[in-house]
Design a protein around this ligand. Structure first.
Ligand SMILES: [Zn+2]
Length: 322
């Protein structure tokens, strides 16, 4: 009886996690069932000719000017028309979205690739983004968080890919996408708008609490720390930071995030060195000092799993649903 209750509870938990994950990853059935009709796209000026668009899914950065429009990430396919309308409503240019740059492959950042490509935009991304979109596969934290991504349609695949970096010269700016390996995923790019002093971090920096690190797709906490430390060391102190999810931020916010990642990693590493199991770490609530970061999507237990798997190189096995 206890066992039955236990497995039922687990099943409910798995469903709850899958739904939360769907909101972030955007590829699962849960996301397709999401009602996008009520989503409004809010565009706000960040600096100069750079705008930030929020709707559902990852934040969009837009360079809007005489040469046309470049956007970074494109949320979900059903929102593409609303995103186009919001860009038109700025009344800055009638020229189209010429380029879409993806920060990584997750569906809440690339879902609009196909409709944007169909209406004439060229999609640019790191090599691994195209590979992962093309093949589909497992996303997850190497533990209880697992999401299967179906292969993306051909129209959604980036047409231009890069290994290390690429620069788009438009609207008087050298918009640069730089690859940071093994952070949120293995195909992350941080996008710099140097003239306007703006950066889009993708999901290497998010504001929803403990981050989702897609260990199953080559992500790692070590890579996320390295990426954010390198970026924050090189950028001007007053740079405006667009996170993958959440409100416009600054470098102090990024530093607080990195500090938390380092401290929680050290706590889990210490427990690993003491030969504790993941269950013991959860029972002992070893991340309690950082509980303010525990969120709906990635709570302390999920983050213990993430850090454990990341620090031990465990990618997790995909378990099919019954
Ligand atoms: Zn993501």
């Amino acid at each position: 009886m206890t066992a039955m209750l236990g497995s039922k509870t687990n099943w409910f938990l798995r469903v709850a996690v899958a739904l939360a994950a769907a909101m972030i990853l955007g590829k699962a059935a849960g996301a397709q069932g999401q009602d996008f009709s009520k989503v409004q796209i809010k565009a706000a000026k960040v600096s100069g000719n750079i705008y930030m668009l929020e709707g559902a899914g990852g934040n969009i950065a837009a360079s809007v000017g005489d040469d046309g429009i470049v956007i970074v990430d494109d949320q979900y396919a059903p929102l593409a028309d609303k995103i186009q309308a919001a860009l038109k409503d700025l009344k800055i240019t009638d020229k189209p979205v010429r380029f879409v740059i993806n920060t990584h492959y997750h569906g809440d950042h690339t879902g609009g690739n196909a409709p944007f490509a169909t209406s004439g935009s060229t999609v640019i991304a790191q090599d691994n983004v195209r590979k992962r979109l093309e093949t589909g596969g497992l996303a997850g934290n190497g533990g209880s968080l697992r999401m299967e991504n179906a292969p993306a349609p051909k129209a959604a695949l980036p047409v231009i890919t890069f290994d290390h970096d690429v620069t788009v010269h438009l609207n008087g700016e050298d918009i640069r996408a730089l690859h940071f390996p093994a952070g949120h995923t293995d195909g992350d790019a941080v996008i710099f708008f140097p003239k306007n002093n703006v950066v889009h971090m993708g999901d290497d920096f998010v504001r929803y609490g403990f981050p989702f690190i897609d260990v199953a797709s080559g992500g790692s906490v070590q890579g996320m720390i390295a990426a954010m430390e390198k970026v924050s060391a090189e950028l001007p102190a007053d740079v405006k930071v667009i996170p993958g999810h959440g409100a416009l931020s600054n470098l102090d916010d990024v530093r607080a995030f990195v500090k938390m990642l380092k401290e929680t990693s050290a706590a889990v590493q210490k427990a690993i060195d003491e030969h504790k199991t993941v269950d013991q770490m959860k029972q002992e609530k070893i991340l309690a000092p950082w509980s303010k970061w525990s969120g709906e999507f990635i709570d302390s237990d999920k983050f213990i799993e993430t850090l454990y798997n990341s620090l031990t190189g465990t990618k997790g096995e995909f378990m099919k649903h019954n």
